[in-house]
Design a protein around this ligand. Sequence first.
Ligand code: AGP
Length: 612
Amino acid sequence: MCGIIGFTGYLDAKEVLLEGLAALEYRGYDSAGIACCVKEENPIKIIKSVGKVSELRNIVPASLDSGCGIGHTRWATHGGVTVPNAHPHHAGRVTLIHNGIIENYHELAGELAKTGRTPVSQTDTEIAAMLIDSLYEGDACDAIKKASERLDGAYAFCILFADQPDVIYCIRKGSPLVICNTEEGSVVASDMVALLRYSKEYFVLPESQIAKLTKNAVTVTDLDGEPVMPQMLSVNWDMSAAQKNGYKHYMLKEIHEQPEAVLRTVTPRIKKQGELLIPNFSEDGIPDELFLSADRVIIAACGTAMHAGLVGRILMERLLRIPVAVEVASEFRYEDPIINEHTLVITVSQSGETADTLAAVRLSREKGAKTLSIVNVKGSSIARESDYVLYTHAGPEIAVASTKAYTAQLAAFYLIAFRFAYAKGTLSAQDCSAYMKSLSDIPKAIEDTLLSKDITKELSKRLTPSHDLFFIGRGLDYALSCEASIKLKEISYIHSEAYAAGELKHGTLSLVTTGVPVVALATQPDVFAKMISNVKEVCARGAFVILITTPQNAPLVDRSVADVLISLPETESEFTPFTAAVILQLIAYYTSSYRGLDVDQPRNLAKSVTVE
Ligand code: AGP
């Protein structure tokens, strides 16, 4: 949940750190700080502030001359948002930054107190610094190794030792660290977005291994001191992919990148067989056997990624005719789930670092299930620990509110459903090809949907003063309602709920009174009439009704029951999740924007929940 950057080399370290923190700020923005090696009596200069990186930049002296430092932007876990709790933390000869949670820090603090060491902050991180300092006798790797044997929980540390200037030591367990070395120096960060300006070649520091960064080289050793040669990776992103490029917010840019995100995710998996378009995962190394041997599927994920699973479940059950369940990963991991070698567990994660989803992968493998992950970040923890990976190619997603990653995840589920129904024989080659043709038309359908953003702007002005708002739908439309609700809540702070439309009469209808906005999704022909009945129910209670439907159904709508009618571009009814999602994202975006809120970095949240 925090952003980490470290640099040692031939550039101005404070600039490298501040720019890196700005790029990583979406991972947490409660407070920020840097520590730099300086040629002064106290060889480590620490500067930190509450608030965003821009606040920190204002207090970093231009005269700070250093070629080595570490920087951190915090999402508060232990201890309030204060300067003493901001990272970096210092204890004796050790200065460090941390992403993760030390679960046994109370116990360790008690032990350290007996040696006269008492913290000045409320954080678990400072206890880790004190522990490493208490174990340090000149051999950094030895002290780090001994500390790692005492620390329970998740961590990614970058550590400076006062008597080792211009050297950074790193170790991780559960939280991410990526590293590169160039002629300008060595860089370590929480994710690639902060390394892009220096290199597209990098490696992920393997868990429980120690990286030593100097100006000219990076060496990695295991905890026994044996050298390790990490696997090099590369990204095809460029700098602009991780910048706003003229959009007011990253979220608006990423909403508009969805046609490309879906196109890049689908195209490499379409293979022509004569005139037929058949999905193919040969380049992903995903065998048909993975599904043919499964007698049921569990989809485990969090938040928006889980909502993509809700759509995937409907598609896969409809086409594969095997049971598919969707589990919230933070529940799944503690349920002692009934899974075995005939269960396929599909995890979904944009970042590939969500702690609960990673735990779901580990638990599933322990119980003998095969695991397939749908991930957007190459080489991320969930990708590396899954048996198989289907990468989405949405490019870096910076806004906390997930948009292009979600529609790319939908595309991945459509590909999975079509490929494995075709392989299983429950979908003919002709029908599969027809579906694939429709899927390949989706980028254009999203483009067309984006053309109607003015209606969402006007509608959002009407929704801006709302306190409560409901999304209702059935089937695929209920799955989309769930996603619409989280999108609106997380960036506009308006309370909203998603309801299976048929459930209204079982309780929620009591909350629908005059003027309460209800967004009704009615794109599925088999339940359209039922949805119109539900719309009439809320209309009769005075609701302000926004009806989202298809060109086929729009003419059938009695306009007395819909205050606003939005007709999606023409697609097969199975594909309306893509176009409806764009409308719902735009409504959330403009509502948050009109409320004058920080759309990209909403309060209390962060982009990647790498702690439990
Ligand atoms: C979505 O808009 C949220 N930011 C959040 O629900 C997110 O989808 C969830 O934390 C899962 O993240 P992941 O895809 O990186 O695992």
